[in-house]
Design a binder for this molecule. Structure first.
Ligand SMILES: [Zn+2]
Length: 131
């Protein structure tokens, strides 16, 4: 496919040579009516990246159900306040759901192991008393 090239001139006065947009004879940067949309897209992209960094900066030890619930509540509130994009919140909440299950399962197996150790100790004490 032979895509037509942008007919605008660069600041140096040379031909732009970037591919032109469909239905335009100029490229994205040489189409003034789209400049606002480009700037907005860049701003949104930057905002999104900044928010992901903020979320990463919030890395907490999410090793207890209480910590997971607290963090989840923060994400929901940030999303409602508009400081975290809906898609970022959705992905984060999905991950938090998995994390919460994993933490609960880990705790259950910890409790089972602790119970087994307590039973072993009780048996040991009983055996010693009999001796
Ligand atoms: Zn151009």
């Amino acid at each position: 496919m032979n895509q037509p090239l942008c007919r605008a001139l660069t600041k140096q006065g040379a031909s732009c040579r970037a591919p032109s947009l469909p239905n335009y004879d100029t490229c994205l940067s040489h189409t003034p009516e789209l400049a606002g949309k480009v700037a907005e897209a860049r701003r949104r992209g930057g905002t999104m990246a900044a928010k992901v960094r903020i979320l990463e900066g919030k890395r907490l030890k999410l090793d207890s159900p209480a910590a997971v619930v607290k963090f989840t509540s923060g994400v929901v509130q940030d999303c409602l306040a508009g400081t975290v994009e809906v898609e970022v919140a959705r992905t984060t909440l999905y991950g938090l759901g998995i994390l919460l299950k994993a933490v609960e399962q880990a705790r259950a197996s910890d409790v089972e192991q602790m119970l087994a150790e307590v039973r072993a100790l009780v048996n040991e004490v009983r055996t010693r008393r009999r001796a």
